[in-house]
Design a protein around this ligand. Structure first.
Ligand SMILES: NC(=O)c1ccc[n+]([C@@H]2O[C@H](COP(=O)([O-])OP(=O)(O)OC[C@H]3O[C@@H](n4cnc5c(N)ncnc54)[C@H](O)[C@@H]3O)[C@@H](O)[C@H]2O)c1
Ligand SMILES: [Zn+2]
Length: 264
Protein backbone atom coordinates (compact mmCIF):
# COMPACT_ATOMS: atom_id res chain seq x y z
CA UNK A 1 0.00 0.00 0.00
CA UNK A 2 0.90 3.66 -0.31
CA UNK A 3 0.69 5.88 2.75
CA UNK A 4 0.51 9.56 1.90
CA UNK A 5 1.95 11.50 4.83
CA UNK A 6 1.84 15.21 4.05
CA UNK A 7 -0.31 18.04 2.75
CA UNK A 8 -2.50 18.07 -0.32
CA UNK A 9 0.42 18.02 -2.72
CA UNK A 10 1.79 14.80 -1.23
CA UNK A 11 -1.71 13.35 -0.98
CA UNK A 12 -2.53 14.09 -4.61
CA UNK A 13 0.78 12.74 -5.89
CA UNK A 14 0.92 9.65 -3.68
CA UNK A 15 -2.75 9.06 -4.41
CA UNK A 16 -2.11 9.19 -8.13
CA UNK A 17 0.77 6.75 -7.77
CA UNK A 18 -1.49 4.40 -5.80
CA UNK A 19 -4.23 4.77 -8.41
CA UNK A 20 -1.98 3.83 -11.31
CA UNK A 21 0.81 1.58 -10.00
CA UNK A 22 -0.14 -2.00 -10.94
CA UNK A 23 -3.48 -0.49 -12.05
CA UNK A 24 -4.19 0.51 -8.49
CA UNK A 25 -3.01 -0.40 -5.02
CA UNK A 26 -4.32 0.40 -1.55
CA UNK A 27 -4.05 4.00 -0.37
CA UNK A 28 -4.00 5.46 3.14
CA UNK A 29 -4.08 9.22 3.65
CA UNK A 30 -2.40 10.81 6.66
CA UNK A 31 -3.00 14.52 6.01
CA UNK A 32 -0.75 16.99 7.83
CA UNK A 33 -2.28 20.36 6.87
CA UNK A 34 -5.68 21.79 7.78
CA UNK A 35 -6.60 21.87 4.11
CA UNK A 36 -5.70 18.26 3.48
CA UNK A 37 -7.44 17.14 6.68
CA UNK A 38 -10.79 18.64 5.72
CA UNK A 39 -10.60 18.47 1.97
CA UNK A 40 -8.06 16.72 -0.21
CA UNK A 41 -7.54 13.54 1.85
CA UNK A 42 -11.22 12.63 1.52
CA UNK A 43 -13.05 12.32 -1.75
CA UNK A 44 -10.78 10.16 -3.84
CA UNK A 45 -9.59 12.77 -6.30
CA UNK A 46 -5.92 12.37 -7.12
CA UNK A 47 -3.97 14.22 -9.79
CA UNK A 48 -0.71 15.69 -10.95
CA UNK A 49 -0.12 18.82 -13.01
CA UNK A 50 1.10 19.08 -16.59
CA UNK A 51 2.89 22.08 -18.10
CA UNK A 52 -0.44 22.84 -19.80
CA UNK A 53 -2.35 23.09 -16.55
CA UNK A 54 -3.13 21.98 -13.03
CA UNK A 55 -4.51 18.52 -12.20
CA UNK A 56 -4.70 17.47 -15.86
CA UNK A 57 -3.73 13.86 -15.25
CA UNK A 58 -5.50 12.05 -12.47
CA UNK A 59 -7.83 9.37 -11.27
CA UNK A 60 -10.53 8.78 -8.69
CA UNK A 61 -8.91 6.55 -6.08
CA UNK A 62 -10.40 6.75 -2.58
CA UNK A 63 -8.20 5.87 0.40
CA UNK A 64 -9.24 2.92 2.56
CA UNK A 65 -8.41 5.06 5.59
CA UNK A 66 -7.84 8.73 6.33
CA UNK A 67 -6.12 9.31 9.64
CA UNK A 68 -6.21 12.84 11.09
CA UNK A 69 -4.00 13.92 13.97
CA UNK A 70 -4.62 17.60 14.72
CA UNK A 71 -1.41 17.69 16.76
CA UNK A 72 0.44 17.93 13.43
CA UNK A 73 -1.02 21.37 12.85
CA UNK A 74 1.12 22.95 15.55
CA UNK A 75 4.14 22.77 13.24
CA UNK A 76 2.34 24.22 10.26
CA UNK A 77 3.13 27.81 9.14
CA UNK A 78 0.31 30.13 10.24
CA UNK A 79 -0.41 31.18 6.67
CA UNK A 80 -1.08 27.54 5.75
CA UNK A 81 -3.32 27.15 8.81
CA UNK A 82 -5.39 30.15 7.78
CA UNK A 83 -5.67 28.91 4.20
CA UNK A 84 -7.09 25.63 5.47
CA UNK A 85 -9.73 27.45 7.50
CA UNK A 86 -11.09 28.95 4.28
CA UNK A 87 -12.35 25.48 3.29
CA UNK A 88 -13.86 24.99 6.76
CA UNK A 89 -15.71 28.30 6.46
CA UNK A 90 -16.85 27.30 2.97
CA UNK A 91 -18.19 23.97 4.23
CA UNK A 92 -20.05 25.57 7.13
CA UNK A 93 -21.54 28.19 4.80
CA UNK A 94 -22.96 25.66 2.34
CA UNK A 95 -24.09 22.93 4.74
CA UNK A 96 -24.15 23.75 8.40
CA UNK A 97 -25.71 26.81 10.10
CA UNK A 98 -24.83 25.48 13.59
CA UNK A 99 -21.18 25.05 12.67
CA UNK A 100 -21.16 28.46 11.00
CA UNK A 101 -22.53 30.10 14.17
CA UNK A 102 -19.89 28.33 16.20
CA UNK A 103 -17.10 29.50 13.90
CA UNK A 104 -18.37 33.02 14.50
CA UNK A 105 -17.71 32.75 18.25
CA UNK A 106 -14.05 31.71 18.27
CA UNK A 107 -10.78 33.04 16.82
CA UNK A 108 -10.14 30.09 14.52
CA UNK A 109 -6.37 30.18 14.45
CA UNK A 110 -6.16 30.06 18.27
CA UNK A 111 -8.33 26.98 18.82
CA UNK A 112 -7.29 24.35 21.34
CA UNK A 113 -6.70 20.87 19.84
CA UNK A 114 -9.92 19.28 21.19
CA UNK A 115 -12.16 21.99 19.85
CA UNK A 116 -10.25 22.02 16.60
CA UNK A 117 -10.56 18.25 16.21
CA UNK A 118 -14.30 18.54 16.73
CA UNK A 119 -14.70 21.30 14.14
CA UNK A 120 -12.46 19.61 11.59
CA UNK A 121 -14.31 16.33 12.05
CA UNK A 122 -17.70 17.95 11.50
CA UNK A 123 -16.30 19.64 8.40
CA UNK A 124 -14.83 16.51 6.88
CA UNK A 125 -18.03 14.54 7.58
CA UNK A 126 -19.88 16.90 5.27
CA UNK A 127 -17.42 16.29 2.51
CA UNK A 128 -17.61 12.55 3.11
CA UNK A 129 -21.40 12.61 2.87
CA UNK A 130 -21.45 14.52 -0.41
CA UNK A 131 -18.71 12.42 -1.94
CA UNK A 132 -20.49 9.25 -0.88
CA UNK A 133 -23.60 10.44 -2.72
CA UNK A 134 -21.72 11.62 -5.79
CA UNK A 135 -18.27 10.00 -5.98
CA UNK A 136 -17.59 10.99 -9.61
CA UNK A 137 -18.69 14.60 -9.38
CA UNK A 138 -21.67 14.26 -11.70
CA UNK A 139 -24.19 16.05 -9.51
CA UNK A 140 -24.43 17.30 -5.93
CA UNK A 141 -20.66 17.36 -5.42
CA UNK A 142 -20.56 20.58 -7.43
CA UNK A 143 -21.72 22.46 -4.31
CA UNK A 144 -18.23 21.99 -2.86
CA UNK A 145 -17.17 24.37 -5.59
CA UNK A 146 -18.69 27.33 -3.71
CA UNK A 147 -16.12 30.14 -3.89
CA UNK A 148 -13.94 28.16 -6.26
CA UNK A 149 -14.95 29.61 -9.64
CA UNK A 150 -13.40 32.99 -8.93
CA UNK A 151 -10.91 31.39 -6.52
CA UNK A 152 -9.48 29.13 -9.23
CA UNK A 153 -9.33 32.07 -11.63
CA UNK A 154 -7.32 34.08 -9.10
CA UNK A 155 -4.93 31.17 -8.53
CA UNK A 156 -4.48 30.62 -12.25
CA UNK A 157 -4.05 34.27 -13.25
CA UNK A 158 -1.45 34.78 -10.53
CA UNK A 159 0.53 31.76 -11.67
CA UNK A 160 -0.24 29.59 -8.61
CA UNK A 161 2.59 31.27 -6.74
CA UNK A 162 1.08 34.33 -5.12
CA UNK A 163 -1.96 33.06 -3.27
CA UNK A 164 -2.29 29.75 -1.51
CA UNK A 165 -5.34 27.76 -2.66
CA UNK A 166 -7.27 28.65 0.49
CA UNK A 167 -6.37 32.33 0.18
CA UNK A 168 -7.66 32.47 -3.40
CA UNK A 169 -10.76 30.58 -2.26
CA UNK A 170 -11.30 33.15 0.51
CA UNK A 171 -11.49 35.92 -2.11
CA UNK A 172 -13.67 33.62 -4.22
CA UNK A 173 -16.02 33.09 -1.26
CA UNK A 174 -16.48 36.83 -0.96
CA UNK A 175 -17.18 36.98 -4.71
CA UNK A 176 -19.70 34.13 -4.56
CA UNK A 177 -21.43 35.63 -1.52
CA UNK A 178 -21.74 39.02 -3.18
CA UNK A 179 -22.96 37.41 -6.40
CA UNK A 180 -25.58 35.58 -4.34
CA UNK A 181 -26.75 38.95 -3.00
CA UNK A 182 -26.73 40.60 -6.41
CA UNK A 183 -28.69 37.70 -7.92
CA UNK A 184 -31.36 38.26 -5.29
CA UNK A 185 -30.83 35.00 -3.44
CA UNK A 186 -28.99 36.06 -0.31
CA UNK A 187 -29.41 38.66 2.38
CA UNK A 188 -26.54 41.17 2.35
CA UNK A 189 -26.07 40.70 6.09
CA UNK A 190 -25.24 37.02 5.62
CA UNK A 191 -22.70 37.84 2.93
CA UNK A 192 -21.13 40.36 5.31
CA UNK A 193 -20.90 37.71 8.04
CA UNK A 194 -18.99 35.39 5.70
CA UNK A 195 -16.66 38.18 4.67
CA UNK A 196 -16.05 39.23 8.30
CA UNK A 197 -15.29 35.67 9.33
CA UNK A 198 -12.70 35.32 6.57
CA UNK A 199 -11.12 38.66 7.45
CA UNK A 200 -11.00 37.82 11.16
CA UNK A 201 -9.24 34.57 10.30
CA UNK A 202 -6.54 36.65 8.60
CA UNK A 203 -7.50 35.61 5.08
CA UNK A 204 -7.46 37.98 2.10
CA UNK A 205 -10.86 39.20 0.93
CA UNK A 206 -9.54 41.29 -1.97
CA UNK A 207 -7.06 40.54 -4.77
CA UNK A 208 -3.93 42.59 -5.16
CA UNK A 209 -3.89 44.50 -8.51
CA UNK A 210 -0.12 44.01 -8.74
CA UNK A 211 -0.73 40.34 -9.47
CA UNK A 212 -4.03 40.10 -11.35
CA UNK A 213 -6.94 42.15 -12.62
CA UNK A 214 -10.65 41.88 -13.30
CA UNK A 215 -10.30 41.18 -17.04
CA UNK A 216 -7.89 38.32 -16.48
CA UNK A 217 -10.06 36.84 -13.75
CA UNK A 218 -13.22 37.11 -15.87
CA UNK A 219 -11.54 35.51 -18.90
CA UNK A 220 -10.25 32.69 -16.80
CA UNK A 221 -13.61 32.12 -15.14
CA UNK A 222 -15.01 31.10 -18.51
CA UNK A 223 -12.42 28.35 -18.90
CA UNK A 224 -12.99 26.85 -15.46
CA UNK A 225 -13.44 23.11 -15.68
CA UNK A 226 -16.94 23.36 -14.23
CA UNK A 227 -18.06 25.29 -17.31
CA UNK A 228 -20.68 23.42 -19.33
CA UNK A 229 -21.26 24.41 -22.95
CA UNK A 230 -19.87 27.85 -22.27
CA UNK A 231 -22.13 28.60 -19.30
CA UNK A 232 -20.48 28.87 -15.92
CA UNK A 233 -22.40 26.96 -13.27
CA UNK A 234 -22.28 29.29 -10.31
CA UNK A 235 -22.67 27.79 -6.88
CA UNK A 236 -24.43 30.44 -4.82
CA UNK A 237 -26.14 30.71 -1.45
CA UNK A 238 -29.74 31.37 -0.44
CA UNK A 239 -28.77 31.25 3.19
CA UNK A 240 -26.21 29.54 5.38
CA UNK A 241 -26.78 25.83 4.63
CA UNK A 242 -28.80 26.44 1.46
CA UNK A 243 -27.09 26.31 -1.91
CA UNK A 244 -28.42 27.24 -5.32
CA UNK A 245 -26.66 26.40 -8.60
CA UNK A 246 -27.34 28.68 -11.53
CA UNK A 247 -25.92 29.50 -14.93
CA UNK A 248 -28.03 32.62 -15.23
CA UNK A 249 -25.95 35.43 -13.88
CA UNK A 250 -25.59 38.51 -16.03
CA UNK A 251 -22.10 39.26 -17.28
CA UNK A 252 -22.46 42.82 -15.98
CA UNK A 253 -23.18 41.69 -12.44
CA UNK A 254 -20.21 39.31 -12.50
CA UNK A 255 -17.97 42.08 -13.80
CA UNK A 256 -19.20 44.52 -11.16
CA UNK A 257 -18.55 42.10 -8.33
CA UNK A 258 -15.10 41.07 -9.55
CA UNK A 259 -14.06 44.68 -10.19
CA UNK A 260 -15.16 45.69 -6.69
CA UNK A 261 -12.91 43.05 -5.13
CA UNK A 262 -9.66 44.74 -6.08
CA UNK A 263 -7.59 45.84 -3.10
CA UNK A 264 -7.02 49.59 -2.90
N1 LIG B 1 -7.55 16.02 -4.25
C1 LIG B 1 -8.37 16.95 -3.82
O1 LIG B 1 -9.58 16.73 -3.70
C2 LIG B 1 -7.83 18.28 -3.46
C3 LIG B 1 -8.64 19.20 -2.80
C4 LIG B 1 -8.10 20.43 -2.43
C5 LIG B 1 -6.78 20.72 -2.72
N2 LIG B 1 -6.01 19.82 -3.36
C6 LIG B 1 -4.61 20.08 -3.66
O2 LIG B 1 -3.91 20.19 -2.42
C7 LIG B 1 -2.79 21.04 -2.61
C8 LIG B 1 -2.71 21.99 -1.44
O3 LIG B 1 -2.57 21.24 -0.26
P1 LIG B 1 -2.02 21.88 1.08
O4 LIG B 1 -2.72 23.15 1.33
O5 LIG B 1 -2.04 20.82 2.09
O6 LIG B 1 -0.55 22.33 0.67
P2 LIG B 1 0.85 21.57 0.62
O7 LIG B 1 0.72 20.13 0.45
O8 LIG B 1 1.65 22.32 -0.38
O9 LIG B 1 1.44 21.85 2.08
C9 LIG B 1 1.68 23.19 2.48
C10 LIG B 1 3.08 23.38 3.04
O10 LIG B 1 3.10 22.92 4.38
C11 LIG B 1 4.16 21.98 4.57
N3 LIG B 1 3.65 21.07 5.59
C12 LIG B 1 2.72 20.11 5.43
N4 LIG B 1 2.37 19.59 6.62
C13 LIG B 1 3.11 20.22 7.56
C14 LIG B 1 3.17 20.15 9.00
N5 LIG B 1 2.37 19.32 9.68
N6 LIG B 1 4.02 20.96 9.63
C15 LIG B 1 4.80 21.82 8.95
N7 LIG B 1 4.77 21.97 7.59
C16 LIG B 1 3.93 21.18 6.92
C17 LIG B 1 4.42 21.43 3.22
O11 LIG B 1 5.72 20.94 3.08
C18 LIG B 1 4.16 22.63 2.30
O12 LIG B 1 5.29 23.46 2.26
C19 LIG B 1 -2.98 21.74 -3.93
O13 LIG B 1 -2.07 21.21 -4.84
C20 LIG B 1 -4.39 21.40 -4.31
O14 LIG B 1 -4.55 21.28 -5.70
C21 LIG B 1 -6.51 18.60 -3.73
ZN1 LIG C 1 -10.62 24.06 -2.39
Amino acid sequence: MVVALGGGVVGDLAGFVAATFLRGITLVQVPTTVLSMVDSSVGGKTAVNLPAGKNLVGAFHPPILTLVDVGLISGLPIREVRAGWAEVIKTAAIFDPALFDELDTVPLVELQPDRMADILERTVRWKERVVHEDPRERGIRVVLNFGHTVGHAIEATTGYGTYLHGEAVAIGLVAASRLSVRAGFLDAGVAARIEDMLARTGLPTRYDPTFTNANAILDRTLTDKKVESNRVRWVLLRDIGQVVVTDELSADVIRDVVEALVRH
